[in-house]
Ligand binder design. Structure first.
Ligand code: GLU
Ligand code: ZN
Length: 296
C-alpha cells in the first residue's frame, strides 16, 4: 500500500462552540489539505469530560457541515482511544522513561509551570499519582512553515511533563502525538497557541519511534484584551447564516485575497475559491491577530 502524500486533520476540543478563531484554524488545515488533493480528517479531542460543554460535540459537527467542510472517513473520538494511551504509558513506566508524581498543585506553585523533578527518583507507584515523562536536557527545534524556526530546551522550558493526570485523565500532549501517528497525519495545521507544545511532541515522536509531521501554526485570533477567543471568554457560536461572510473574513485573516463578492455566495463556493487559490506563504507570520483589526 502506498502512503498518501498528504493527510491533514482538524482536532477540536468540545469545551465550547467553534468560534471565529477555530474557524480560521479549521479553514487553514482544510485548504492546505484539499489544495494538494490530500485527505482531511476530523478528531474530537474529548479527553476531559469535566471541562466538556454539553452539546458542544454535536454543535461542532453541525457548524462544520453548515460551513461546507467535508471530512474523510469517520470522526475519531479520543474518549474511545484510552486503551492505546494506557498501553504506551505502561510501557514508558516499565522502561523508567516515565514516573509517578504525587506533588500537589500547591507544592508546584513556586516553579511557574516548569516541573523541578521532585519525584523523579522516588519510585512512587502509579496509583493516585500523575504520570510524568522524563525530558532530556536538550534543545528540540523545527522549522514551522509560517512561523519559521522554533526551538525549546525541554529541561529548562518545560521540565518533565504530565502524560496522565492524577485524576486518571490522559494529557493532550500524549494523545495528540499518538493519534496523529495512528491516523497517519503528515501535515499539522493548527493555532499558534500550540507552537510551544510542539517541541514536547517532537520529543515524544522521537522516543516512540513515530514519524514527524510537518507543522504550520496559524496566528491565534485574539480579543481586544489579548485573550484567545473561546476558552475562558465565551465567544458566540458560528452562526449558520453567516457562513459565507465569515469564511471570507477567515480567508482574509489568512492573507488570501478573496473577492469580497463571495460573501454573498454559498459556503461551498467560498471553499472552492480557497482550494483553487490557496497560498500558505501569504499567511501572516504572527503568533496572534486581534480580531478587531481584521478587515471586515
Ligand atoms: N484540541 C486542540 C484545540 O482545540 C487542538 C489540538 C491540535 O490541533 O493539535 O485547541
Ligand atoms: Zn512530583
Amino acid at each position: 500500500m502506498n502512503t498518501p502524500a498528504y493527510i491533514g486533520r482538524f482536532a477540536p476540543t468540545p469545551s465550547g462552540f467553534l468560534h471565529f478563531g477555530s474557524l480560521v484554524a479549521a479553514l487553514a488545515s482544510y485548504l492546505d489539505a484539499r489544495a494538494v488533493g490530500g485527505r482531511w480528517l476530523l478528531r474530537m479531542e474529548d479527553l476531559d469530560p469535566p471541562r466538556e460543554m454539553p452539546g458542544a460535540q454535536a454543535a461542532i459537527l453541525k457548524a462544520l457541515e453548515n460551513y461546507g467542510f467535508e471530512w474523510d472517513g469517520e470522526v475519531v473520538y479520543q474518549s474511545l482511544r484510552h486503551h492505546a494511551y494506557a498501553q504506551v504509558i505502561d510501557r514508558l513506566f516499565q522502561q523508567g522513561l516515565a514516573y509517578a508524581c504525587t506533588c500537589s498543585r500547591k507544592q508546584l506553585e513556586p516553579y511557574n509551570g516548569i516541573y523541578p523533578g521532585l519525584c523523579r527518583n522516588l519510585g512512587h507507584g502509579q496509583e493516585d499519582a500523575a504520570i510524568r515523562i522524563r525530558v532530556p536536557e536538550l534543545n528540540y527545534a523545527f522549522v514551522d512553515r509560517v512561523q519559521g524556526r522554533f526551538e525549546q530546551h525541554l529541561g529548562r522550558d518545560s521540565g518533565d511533563f504530565v502524560i496522565r493526570r492524577r485524576d486518571g485523565l490522559y494529557a493532550y500532549q500524549l494523545a495528540v502525538v499518538l493519534d496523529d501517528a495512528w491516523q497517519g497525519v503528515t501535515h499539522i495545521v493548527r493555532g499558534a497557541d500550540l507552537l510551544d507544545s510542539t517541541p514536547r511532541h517532537l520529543y515524544l515522536q522521537e522516543l516512540l519511534g513515530l514519524p514527524q509531521p510537518k507543522y504550520l501554526h496559524v496566528p491565534l485570533i485574539t480579543q481586544p484584551d489579548g485573550h484567545k477567543l473561546g476558552k475562558s471568554y465565551r465567544s458566540p457560536p458560528l452562526e449558520a447564516d453567516q457562513a459565507a461572510p465569515l469564511l471570507v473574513r477567515a480567508l482574509r485573516a489568512l492573507g488570501q485575497p478573496v473577492p469580497l463578492e463571495l460573501r454573498g455566495a454559498m459556503p461551498g463556493e467560498v471553499l472552492a475559491w480557497g482550494i483553487a487559490h490557496w497560498n500558505a506563504e501569504l499567511i501572516p507570520r504572527a503568533l496572534s491577530l486581534p480580531e478587531a483589526q481584521l478587515p471586515a
